[in-house]
Ligand binder design. Structure first.
Ligand code: ADP
Ligand code: MG
Length: 273
């Protein structure tokens, strides 16, 4: 049993890429699960109206559940929206319900619309620290768009993790994403940095995957993790059982690679870039 170092302070990641289907949610829940197997305290915030991260962690997110919507729009304390993940003792999640689809528009007219998540998260982290159960990692799963929900995530986070799918159009859209992150850095959160890039759905049998991986490593040598996540049926099956691949099939290549990627993240500490 490996053991990852505990960070000095809470590390807050947002998982971002405005492309859909690149493995954001899969990465969010599996990195979170991997960190939780090491007894680290993890908080996942599902800020995508689809609620896929909530589903994959086995957390209820039907419409009546207290969710991130109530936190963002109605000032409900985050502690009231946090739910325990059934498979991991040290993992909690703020679920997203379908109500969140309207939040993008409702936020527009609210005071401090870009800072609402940051404020609520800050209070929750203080409460947890005061109660002696400091949160080690916060992982925010974003929708595939650059609207106010994603902006709230960028403002709350210190680090951005970008999953990149090893396919032909992988790099398309990336420069737009980086430009948007620069705007956030300039106007809303100077502390934000793209610390981590994770290659996902890597298929070792194709030249294309190898080529994309090489391109990304050349452009972002500091940020890309050594571990790439393979394309694996077990990874894609796990959510339909309300599980991460870490518990669904702990010895599969998918589970092992997410554990390895999480270990790299833990060992690198807070990165700037
Ligand atoms: P996003 O959150 O960026 O939209 P998802 O994490 O939901 O992307 O992944 C999109 C689809 O690809 C999902 O059906 C998911 O199960 C599948 N998937 C993600 N990563 C892998 C992988 N490494 N191998 C196989 N399927 C994957
Ligand atoms: Mg998603």
């Amino acid at each position: 049993q490996v053991s990852f170092p505990r960070p000095d302070t809470t590390r807050i990641f947002t998982i971002a890429n405005q492309k859909g289907g690149v493995g954001k949610t899969t990465t969010a829940v599996n990195i979170a699960g991997a960190l939780a197997t090491q007894n680290l305290n993890v908080l996942v915030i599902d800020i995508d109206p689809q609620g896929n991260a909530s589903t994959a962690l086995g957390i209820d997110h039907y419409s009546d559940v207290t969710s991130i919507y109530d936190v963002l729009i109605d000032d409900v304390p985050m502690r009231d929206a946090v739910a325990q993940a059934p498979d991991f003792e040290t993992l909690v999640c703020v679920p997203a319900t379908i109500d969140l689809a309207g939040a993008e528009i409702e936020l527009v007219s609210l005071v401090a619309r870009e800072q609402r998540l940051q404020r609520s998260l800050g209070l929750y982290l203080e409460e947890r620290a005061a109660a002696g159960s400091r949160v080690d990692y916060v992982i925010i799963d974003c929708p595939p768009s650059l609207g106010l929900l994603t902006v709230n995530a960028f403002v709350s986070a210190r680090e951005v993790l970008i999953p990149i799918q090893c396919e032909y159009y992988a790099l398309e859209g990336l420069s737009q994403l980086l430009k948007n992150i620069q705007l956030i850095q300039k106007h809303l959160n100077p502390q934000l940095s793209v610390s981590t890039i994770l290659l996902t759905m890597y298929d070792g049998r194709t030249n294309l995957s190898a080529q994309v991986a090489e391109d990304v490593r050349t452009h972002f040598p500091e940020q890309v993790l050594g571990t790439a996540i393979p394309r694996s049926v077990r990874i894609s099956e796990a959510p339909s059982y309300g599980q991460t691949v870490i518990t669904y099939d702990p010895h599969s290549s998918g589970a092992l690679s997410y554990l390895e990627a999480a270990e790299e993240i833990a060992n690198r500490g807070v990165q700037r870039g």
